[in-house]
Structure formats: C-alpha cells, structure tokens
Design a binder for this molecule. Structure first.
Ligand SMILES: NC(=O)c1ccc[n+]([C@@H]2O[C@H](COP(=O)([O-])OP(=O)(O)OC[C@H]3O[C@@H](n4cnc5c(N)ncnc54)[C@H](OP(=O)(O)O)[C@@H]3O)[C@@H](O)[C@H]2O)c1
Length: 263
C-alpha cells in the first residue's frame, strides 16, 4: 500500500534509538523527509547516516533536550528553515525511572512531567500553527499501554501518560476542523535499550534476573513474547499517512494483547 506521504516533512522527537528510531525508519521508507533529535550527538548522527544511506531521504539532525522549551523552539525553527514546513509530528522522549510511590521525591515527579508531558506540549505549541496554515497535519504522541492498565513498579510513567492522553484527545477535538489528526500510541514491551535497562532495575528490586523479568512480561500478553522494536514503526507510519484520513482521537494499543479489556 502506498501511504501517500512521499516528500512530506516529519519531525520525529527522541529518534536516535529505540521506538523513535523505528518510527523514523518506517517514515523514511515512505520517502518522508525527516527532522530527528536527541541529546547525544554521536548516536543521533549514526542514526541519521543510517537512514540517509538506506532510504535516500533528506535527514536533519538537531541535538535537543525536549524538556527545555527554548531548545524545542530552536528545533522547530531549524526544521522550518531547512524544509519550509512540518507535516507530521511524532512526540516521543525517554521514559521515567521505575519505582514505587514513596521511592520518588518531588523532583522526580517534576522531571517525569517535564519529560513525558511538557515535551509534548512544547512540540505541539510550535507545530500546530504551521499545520493549521497548511490545513493538513498528523500528530502522534507516545504513551504506554499503562494508560489502559497500570504497569507494576512504574508509577511515574503510569501517572504522567494519562495527562498526555488527555492532551491528545482534546487536541484531536480542537484541530479536526483544520484537518489535523491526532492520536496516541500505547506500546506494551518492546526490547529497546530502555526496556532492557528496566528489566535490570526491576530484577534487582525484586530479587530476580533480567531474563526472568522479560519472561514475566512475555507471559502477560497473548502472543507470549516481548516485541522486536522493528514491529513498532509501521503502525505509526500508517497513522501519519494519507490512508488514515478518517481516524483521529484514538489511543491505539500495540501490546501483543497484554491489555485484555474489551475496548
Ligand atoms: N520500549 C517499550 O516497550 C515502551 C513501552 C511503553 C512506553 N515506552 C515509552 O516510549 C518512549 C521511548 O522508549 P524507548 O524504549 O524507545 O527508549 P530508548 O530506547 O531509551 O530511546 C529513547 C530515545 O529518546 C532520546 N531521549 C531521551 N530523553 C530525551 C530528552 N530529554 N530529549 C531528547 N531526546 C531524549 C534518547 O536519546 P538521548 O538519550 O541521546 O537523548 C533516545 O533516542 C519512552 O517514553 C518509553 O517510556 C516504551
């Protein structure tokens, strides 16, 4: 299926590694021009070079901490100067640390809000006016399957993702008249560097091994395995495409059937 987004411009945030990188690759495969960012220049450059050589699309790379609104403004300004527009925004970031309620101080809560909620606010503030002018836009915000079913030992993520979901659904309602379609995607367990490190930290806290943590997560979903990161990008590319023109306001699970409710 041709997704109909060749030569569109996508800003994929937090895209040097993991799920963000997979989204960037899936969009590049469709001929989308990319603006990528992360905090670490070396891995960002490596990913940008990989995408340029493998898919032959234009890729811009910006070192940016998404918790800083000024750096986000500079990122979007630079993208507009290079490409003239932003058609697609994929808002992503790192994840907050694991732990139970009393293990996190106030600063940890503030950092989690900055990382997984305010970063999305900053990005949307910058790109929505551009998309409104174009009367075309796609916005996908990363959350987690924890918005349906909280995950043990991840209270920061479980809490903050709910705010991001409220932001996305409200934006979808407000921006439909401008043909800007907004979704969240809710992953279960994909074996990225973050999930490998979560397995290590939770294993230590629970007196078990990372391998046992992964087995436990695998046994919780109906496919009986954790996912390969490459299984994530195509869903987001579809949501960002011309083919998804009558979908907005959805929170889409990609979790191997971990969440077992009806809706
Ligand atoms: N993997 C899963 O199964 C899963 C499941 C549910 C939810 N999620 C959520 O999905 C998101 C991505 O997860 P992942 O597994 O792909 O993580 P990952 O492998 O650790 O990759 C995180 C990416 O974000 C960048 N990043 C982190 N903090 C940033 C910041 N402040 N500003 C700019 N870039 C930043 C990292 O690069 P730098 O470190 O160089 O900045 C890297 O490119 C996280 O919010 C995670 O909690 C993941």
């Amino acid at each position: 299926m041709d997704l109909g987004i060749k030569d569109k411009v996508a800003l994929v945030a937090a895209s040097s590694k993991g799920l963000g990188r997979e989204v960037a690759c899936a969009l590049a495969q469709e001929g989308v021009r990319l603006s990528l960012c992360a905090r670490t220049q070396s891995t960002l450059h490596e990913t940008a070079e990989h995408i340029r050589s493998r898919y032959g699309v234009e890729v811009m790379e910006t070192v940016c901490d998404l918790t800083d609104e000024h750096q986000v403004a500079t990122l979007v300004k630079g993208t507009l100067e290079s490409f003239g527009t932003v058609d697609i925004l994929v808002s992503n970031a790192g994840g907050p640390p694991p732990g139970k309620f009393l293990e996190h101080d106030v600063d940890a809560w503030r950092r989690a809000v900055d990382l997984n909620f305010m970063s999305a606010v900053f990005l949307c503030q910058q790109v929505v006016p551009v998309m409104q002018k174009n009367k075309w836009g796609r916005i996908v915000l990363m959350t987690s399957i924890s918005v349906r079913q909280p995950l043990d030992g991840l209270i920061l993520s479980n809490s903050v993702r709910a705010a991001t979901t409220g932001l996305a659904r409200t934006l979808a309602n407000e921006l439909g008249e401008d043909n800007i379609l907004v979704h969240t995607v809710c992953p279960g367990f994909f074996l990225t560097d973050r999930v490998k490190s979560l397995a290590e930290r939770l294993a230590e806290a629970n007196g078990t091994t990372p391998e046992d943590m992964e087995k436990k997560w695998a046994s919780q979903n109906v496919l009986g395995r954790v996912a390969d990161p490459s299984e994530f990008g195509p869903l987001v590319a579809f949501l960002c495409s011309e083919r998804a023109s009558y979908m907005t306001g959805s929170a889409i699970a990609i979790d191997g059937g971990l969440y077992k409710g009806l809706l």
